[in-house]
Design a protein. Structure first.
Length: 430
């Protein structure tokens, strides 16, 4: 067995596990399986694309290898792309000239580096990255408030055109090398934001899916795309997803539900939804540290690890972080909603900062491979948060998080270790 250990303020190291008489036991049961895991990833936002293009060749290659190389990096296999602008765009935009739907032009996403960053990531990984597409708002003229931001709602008379608009994006992006496996109906449909946003009640989301989007995808030969609803926070997951699934005509088109981490760490809400609809899937699609860049903040890394363990322990199948990279300001962002990212880039000095969030995500994404299965574990040490999985080849992996201010001992398969305060460890080869 190998144990890879990272302690707050220290470099990651491989630690020898020895006998540990009397240490609290941790067990992993490969015979008791739960959900299959899709993998881990981040978002190819315009902010990431623009920042990436301003870096020197050496640092661009360093970022690509760090994120996407399955051996030398942390092996990201999932990604998310916004349809039109989001807050992490330099300006608001859609793909039309005025209100003419025949003028659809996707070239901005090539010019801002989103598409080229994705293609470079695929080249580094050596195989396609499974992509989710998400709209933040319809074009302004299709909404009742005539504005991409401040919420507003899709006007019923434009619903057919908007469904075709989304389909056109998917087809145009495919011509640029981006094939989407997943599509969510709307980012955060219960949030009226000062940036790109659009409001849908559960009934409105259902109606758009069953009356327009589902059939438009099918008619365009995209009926196999995995359609996700909700794409919002855990605290309102049941309130919004259950009514949508109760609409059988809409539910027939829907693969699953997307969740974010803001506001709440009510991880058990996902398990309740899974229990009610075990035929549907759950995917985590966005989480970031708000309030601007916070380089070196270990608590942020622990937050990522705690959320990954909490989500995947409650039937979530994959985990997609928000911006892959941001500049030193925590942007660009057209409403100054600056945030942090696992890798921050000073484009003036061409330097990179790898944050504890990058390290903590890597404890999962590097060692738990796409297609792994979450398995049962038990622990006599209740101070440790634990996730156990079995990789496709049969190798068992356990990730353990110690958020306490004291050392935590444990023994697994006869070998033991001491986890210092505020540390994370991955045990491989159980």
């Amino acid at each position: 067995m190998r144990m890879i250990l990272t302690v707050k303020g220290q470099a990651t190291e491989e630690v020898l596990m020895t006998g540990a008489p009397g240490a609290p036991e941790v067990t992993a049961d490969p015979g008791t399986e739960y959900q299959t895991l899709l993998g881990f990833g981040g978002a190819f936002t315009e902010a990431a694309g623009l920042t990436f293009r301003k870096l020197g060749k050496q640092n661009r290659e360093k970022i690509l290898k760090a994120y996407f190389d399955p051996e030398e990096g942390i092996g990201y296999s999932l990604g998310r792309v916004h349809i039109g602008s989001c807050d992490f765009s330099e300006t608001m935009h859609d793909y039309l000239a005025g209100e003419d739907v025949s003028t659809f032009d996707i070239s901005r996403d090539e010019e801002n580096g989103v598409f080229s960053l994705y293609r470079a990531a695929v080249e580094t990984r050596g195989e396609p990255i499974r992509l989710l597409a998400t709209p933040w708002s319809p074009p302004a003229f299709m909404k009742d408030n005539k504005d991409r931001k401040h919420g507003g709602r899709l006007l019923a008379e434009y619903a057919p055109d908007y469904a075709k608009y989304i389909v056109t994006y998917l087809k145009e992006a495919a011509a640029k090398g981006l094939t989407f496996e997943f599509l969510s109906v709307q980012n955060e449909p219960d949030a009226k934001q000062t940036w790109d946003s659009c409001l849908y009640s559960p009934e409105e989301e259902s109606a758009f899916v069953k009356n327009h989007l589902g059939s438009a995808l099918k008619e365009a030969g995209l009926g196999d795309i995995k359609l996700l609803v909700h794409d919002h926070n855990r605290d309102i997951l049941l309130k919004r997803a259950l009514p949508i699934y109760q609409d059988k005509d809409a539910s027939a088109y829907i693969w699953g539900t997307a969740v974010h981490w803001y506001v709440s760490e009510q991880f058990g809400e996902s398990a309740k939804l899974h229990e009610a609809h075990p035929d549907k899937h759950l995917l985590f699609t966005e989480g970031c540290v708000e309030g601007g860049p916070a380089p070196g903040n270990w608590a942020n890394g622990e937050r990522y690890a705690r959320n990954i363990i909490g989500d995947l322990s409650n039937w979530v199948e994959g985990w997609i972080e928000w911006n892959l990279i941001l500049n030193a300001e925590g942007g660009p962002n057209h409403v100054k909603n600056y945030c942090c990212a696992p890798i921050l880039c000073d484009t003036e000095t061409d330097t990179l900062t790898f944050n504890p969030s990058f390290t903590c995500i890597g404890h999962f994404s590097k060692y738990i491979k796409p297609g792994a299965v979450r398995i049962k574990h038990t622990s006599d040490n209740q101070n440790l948060k634990i996730l156990a999985a079995k990789n496709p080849g049969g190798e068992v992996v356990a990730v353990l998080l110690n958020e306490t201010d004291s050392e935590q001992r444990f023994a697994i398969n006869g070998a033991g270790a001491v986890m210092p305060p505020h540390s994370i460890a991955t045990v491989v080869g159980l």
